[in-house]
Design a protein around this ligand. Sequence first.
Ligand code: TRP
Length: 444
Amino acid sequence: METRLDPWGSVHVEDYTKLFEEFGISSFDDILPYLAEPHRYMRRRIIFGHRNYDAVLAAMQNGRPFAVMSGFMPTGKAHFGHMMVMNEIIWHQQQGGDAFAAVADMEAHSVRGISWKRCRELGIEEYILSLIALGFQPKENSHIYFQSENLDVRDLAFELGIEANFSEVSAIYGFSGETCISHMESVMVQSADILHPQLAKYGGPKPVVIPVGADQDPHIKLTRDLARRMRRFLIERRGEYISVRGKAAGQELMKAAESALLGTGLGEVKRYEEHIDLTDLRLREGQSIDDARQEIEELIISLETEHGGYGFIPPASTYHRFMTGLTGGKMSSSKPESYIALTEDPKEAAGKILRAITGGRQSLAEQKKLGGEPERCSIYEFLLFHLSEDDRELLELELECRSGRRMCGTCKKDVAERIERFLHDHQQAREAARERLPEYGIKL
Ligand code: TRP
């Protein structure tokens, strides 16, 4: 069966490894060894895949600018699934990145029919307060914003719409003649969300990572394409030489590129009508041809921006697994028993944990004999994803469960207590965050 990633549907992606082959998502295992202090989502392979994270990693390690960006559709309660994205944004900010969080009110309004007023209430109450409570810092070039209020995003969406055509966007999202135009526009707005951290006003081109669930991958792929299409040059390694291809760059820009390339002294420069070749490479010490290509890429990007272009770098992304619902199956906002909201009464949340489906056996005797199955347990998932930071503790709990020494009743009580404490603290932090909204430029 064909896997289809549909951002507005309800795919439950069963087999994540399929995504690697079918969609060209890379395994996060390639990145993990290079991170000094990976987030627990990374260590525990909850973040399992990425596109082009290498660029973000390199920037992070060399102290160069990078950013993180993601968005939330204000359609209802924010739950622990949304919290993962929030934590991923905050982690990257703590690693030194600029951080951007969008409240996707244009999407919620056009696709889900949520009123602007409701979008604003939900945006603040459900998403923004929790983001701040979890540690999103107000900084220069870090922003929490509503799509509808961000003119940079809206203008960029319009520009991007020039590069995307109807058939292509319809093919990606399964749009038909019945799809309303504003829904299609909201797709361009999301691409603009993703690319706008690279506008000159926000510090110019830089690697930007978009942490999302795998269902958002079509947006990422489209946006990566759009980023490339907005460029004036394409820089390619061709075996032993490097080719800089103008994309209707114009003679003035071609000439500027030629002299910039001559200035590098990296090799013989030959300009043709629409491309420039750099041959007989004279690499610097320790530099590979790919490094040289990267050096030229950066040079050309600044040239493009000096000449009024965008110079966008295709955005990177990370993909995380979804949590299973507490009732088994999917976590769904239409089934309150299946999830725990960040604003939920701590006692009620504890009750949901006590009633949840576990990986336990039919009877106590059987469980003692066979042990539990944490890989099929929604309670264990809460520990794995959220409620146990210490890997050693988690491993111990898992072993106790598997060996039939930890019973579901005890385990549930333990997790219920943890969730109660967590929510209590989080909600206190949310109230403190409310006072700080003006620091983030959010007016009540
Ligand atoms: N479409 C996303 C969702 O359904 C929300 C979103 C809007 C978003 N803009 C974004 C996600 C930019 C990532 C990046 O939840």
